[in-house]
Ligand binder design. Sequence first.
Ligand SMILES: *[C@@H]1O[C@H](CO)[C@@H](O)[C@H](O)[C@H]1NC(C)=O
Ligand SMILES: *[C@@H]1O[C@H](CO)[C@@H](O)[C@H](O)[C@H]1NC(C)=O
Ligand SMILES: *[C@@H]1O[C@H](CO)[C@@H](O)[C@H](O)[C@H]1NC(C)=O
Ligand SMILES: *[C@@H]1O[C@H](CO)[C@@H](O)[C@H](O)[C@H]1NC(C)=O
Ligand SMILES: *[C@@H]1O[C@H](CO)[C@@H](O)[C@H](O)[C@H]1NC(C)=O
Ligand SMILES: *[C@@H]1O[C@H](CO)[C@@H](O)[C@H](O)[C@H]1NC(C)=O
Ligand SMILES: *[C@@H]1O[C@H](CO)[C@@H](O)[C@H](O)[C@H]1NC(C)=O
Ligand SMILES: *[C@@H]1O[C@H](CO)[C@@H](O)[C@H](O)[C@H]1NC(C)=O
Ligand SMILES: *[C@@H]1O[C@H](CO)[C@@H](O)[C@H](O)[C@H]1NC(C)=O
Length: 886
Amino acid sequence: MRCFLKLFQLLYLLLFLLNFQSSLSSRSSPIRQLCSFEEASALIQFKSSFPINCNWGPACGKYYPKTNSWKEGSDCCSWDGVTCDNIKGQVIGLDLSCNCLYGSFPSNSSLFHLPHLQKLNLAFNYFNFSKMSTNFGRFTSLLHLNLSYSLTGQVPSQVSHLSKLVSLDLSRNYLQTLDKHTFEGLVENLTEVRQLFLDGINMSSINPNVLMNLSSSLRTLSLNDCDLQGKFPENIFRLSQLNDLGLSWNYFSGRIPSSIINLRQLEFLDISNNQLEGSIPDAFPNLISLDLSSNLLNGTLPSWLYTVCTLKHIYLNDNKLSGDIKEFQCKSLEEISLGNNKLKVPIPSSISHLVNLTLVDLSNLIGVVEVDMFSKLQNLQHLDLSYNSLSLSSNGGSANYTMPNLQSLELSFCNVNEFPQFLRGSERLEYLDLSNNRIHGKIPEWMWDVGKDSLWNLNLSHNSLTDCEQIPWKEIVYLDLSSNFIRGDLLIPPSTTMVFLISNNSLSGEIPSLLCHATNLEYLDLSHNNLSGILPQCLGNLTQVLFVLNLQMNNFHGLIPPVFTKECPLNYLNLNGNQLEGPLPQAIINDTFPQWLESLTQLRVLVLHSNQLHGSIHGPWSSHSFSKIQIFDLSNNHFTGPLPVKYIQNFKVMINLTVDEREMSYMGTGGRAASDFYNYSTRIAIKGQEIELEKIFFRLTSIDLSSNEFQGEIPKVIGELNSLKELNLSHNNLRGCIPTSMGNLTALESLDLSSNKLVGKIPTQLSSLGSLEVLNLSQNQLVGPIPEGKQFNTFGNDSYASNLGLCGFPLSKRCDDTEASVFHEKEDSESGFEWKVALMGYGSGLVFGISAAYIMFTLGKPRWLVRMVEEACYKLKRYLKGRRNL
Ligand SMILES: *[C@@H]1O[C@H](CO)[C@@H](O)[C@H](O)[C@H]1NC(C)=O
Ligand SMILES: *[C@@H]1O[C@H](CO)[C@@H](O)[C@H](O)[C@H]1NC(C)=O
Ligand SMILES: *[C@@H]1O[C@H](CO)[C@@H](O)[C@H](O)[C@H]1NC(C)=O
Ligand SMILES: *[C@@H]1O[C@H](CO)[C@@H](O)[C@H](O)[C@H]1NC(C)=O
Ligand SMILES: *[C@@H]1O[C@H](CO)[C@@H](O)[C@H](O)[C@H]1NC(C)=O
Ligand SMILES: *[C@@H]1O[C@H](CO)[C@@H](O)[C@H](O)[C@H]1NC(C)=O
Ligand SMILES: *[C@@H]1O[C@H](CO)[C@@H](O)[C@H](O)[C@H]1NC(C)=O
Ligand SMILES: *[C@@H]1O[C@H](CO)[C@@H](O)[C@H](O)[C@H]1NC(C)=O
Ligand SMILES: *[C@@H]1O[C@H](CO)[C@@H](O)[C@H](O)[C@H]1NC(C)=O
């Protein structure tokens, strides 16, 4: 959920601060030499090699093309963004952050002719994903280097030559990697470094224990989202000057060592989103901000939490903490986030007096929560009490208090039956989630003024609303009204809307062409209504940005407008359950395997069935691709070549399915993926029956490659997928024997290998598949005895129909030794057994009309874009948690 736009505001703030700082430092003194001809011309050459383009590239809130003021012939020391030495006139500082530089950054850039540079800032420019040049190692005088959001590629080892560096910022460079050798060089040479920002760089090859050898002068170490793994590095506490430590979004496990107390200067600590376990240490230095959210921490809240009066921010949400919340002794607290643990009510009454609180997340507590206890917190900006039983005194009446500064309110799954009255004064509301409650009737008119100019996210889904007369919120970006009883015509969201979900209501009438003015729509879901008429031609105006279009289960008729082209960014299209007529948008469903999908590292469900995809499947290009996949369905296409073995090897989740504790968790929540907020509805075949999964359970694992033209043998590695539940390889051209390793698929519930050219015996190892409920080996060339025992006593004749020489239970044919050996001989000379596999009837169900729901992914969505959206998403989540430090 909660994506996109806020990122820009966030960056705006960041850049404002950034620019503010730099403007303080770029003064020049009158008594000094003019800048040298060489340096001036190097700068002019640099300027002329980049067009200025502020419409592209990293989202800067405040662009400022300083280079526009640079004029040949004038003293370069007076140019914007340039700082010179007070006496010699040498260029020692260059700040071109957010300068809208646009174009490739050559490795022989004239910038490298400024040998005296001490400060260089090129952050937030678009360098076309140029790699960071080894020549950066030539700036040996540099004290400050900031290249965040600018360059990419491997961090060159030459950076470790910059041994005078006091601050280094390479954060948020897409696809940047930092290898072990280079990092060790940095650790060895950067002895003066006080601030190190490497967020977002892939540092997976680095042993976190090396961190302890970093310069002891280090004050800030920011390694968020660096793919670091292993036990939490205990000895990091040798960095005794550390003031600010960020290690969030990594893969650290183990306990937080109690020696953390040795970091006496530590004020800001963020180790959120790791896999830390055990309890929170008994003591901590004088922290201002603590974020240990989204780990596996257990035990009770430590007592120091209530008494350390420096503390302003506490983030312990999404752990397994239990017990009571005690009274807070200090009034310094500004942000408390304890939601999604196993903590008990009552909420301590002292919270009512923490007048500086701006953020409270006490979602998912055990017991009834009194909302009125927050009535005095007039500074409150963010309140999340979701998944609680709420007691709202105003229910049925009117509240005698307001929350004038409220920006976000989350009361999902709270059993409330009306819009909370205290919202009446919340003019600045931006984010409101009242989904999954019992709110009925219409949206009251007073709500139209709540956040009129500010509300950008409104989720009222899963209530009992019957009417929604208008959508008065001008800034709305995300609007979810799905699963209510809303009647009448389709409402038109304002042009700012990017996500509009109004499925599962009772809308009727046609799609008004006014909808086509909502040209920012990326997700449009009108499914499961009574809408009718033809699809307007002007949908073409939307398909330039539309990412998800779901119109299934309505009464649309007529032709599908020819508006879906290969260039569309469309990712999901569902027209199932209407009376639409072909021809199908061939251009978008006739293609080879969309390789770029690999870059969606969080992808759990890939359903591409019943398209016209063809060709053989190569790759993967990365060892991480599809490692989270649980449902992999390429059935009913025209794929050829061998089964995609290398992908199958990557299906790590199918090897060790880690199940979320909360059994009711659905796919598509809680991950980092951009599409978090949208539950793809998909039809897949389970145990031979096609069913629709509105939401897909975590426990399901399935591979369906049926009805293609795959050739070759079934790979042995498939036996490693010991959490696999559904395997369907039927209706292909597979040859060879059934691998004995399949006897290790102990979780398997359904196995269909029918209609292939498999030979040999059924491995006796299959009899150990204790969960197997459905087996189909029919239409092959199998011989010999059917294994006996356990599940094999439950399958009927159909499981084995049309094979050459199977015998034994349940078939009437008894096994005798001679028969088995005859077939053994024949097995070796496959030629005699060429017979056409019956593909008829299964074929592509897409020739006339659209009967099958299909999901389609277009080619060409570059990885960096995907990452950018993902990143926007999780930053936004943090924004919502009121974070100030990125
Ligand atoms: C960089 O090299 C390219 C050729 O590789 C050349 O055309 C260009 O002039 C060079 N630029 C500079 C600033 O030396
Ligand atoms: C450290 O810096 C010196 C000079 O700047 C350089 O010669 C040396 O190679 C660097 N060491 C590493 C490990 O990069
Ligand atoms: C906390 O988790 C650890 C394992 O990580 C376990 O050994 C311990 O018993 C748990 N403690 C509590 C209080 O649940
Ligand atoms: C509340 O915040 C204000 C402004 O930052 C500060 O002056 C005041 O001391 C804070 N109150 C408490 C109880 O910490
Ligand atoms: C609202 O009314 C209740 C009694 O009905 C009272 O206890 C409370 O202090 C009032 N709140 C405010 C903010 O006036
Ligand atoms: C769709 O786009 C065309 C061409 O850009 C424009 O003329 C037309 O008015 C647009 N229709 C709507 C409903 O926005
Ligand atoms: C699919 O594309 C291939 C090559 O691009 C083409 O030969 C074939 O006719 C197309 N099939 C359909 C059904 O459009
Ligand atoms: C699966 O889990 C076992 C035991 O927890 C572990 O030893 C093994 O390495 C895991 N395998 C993978 C592929 O993660
Ligand atoms: C099944 O798994 C076991 C244990 O992992 C392994 O030793 C055995 O070789 C596997 N069997 C086959 C046939 O691959």
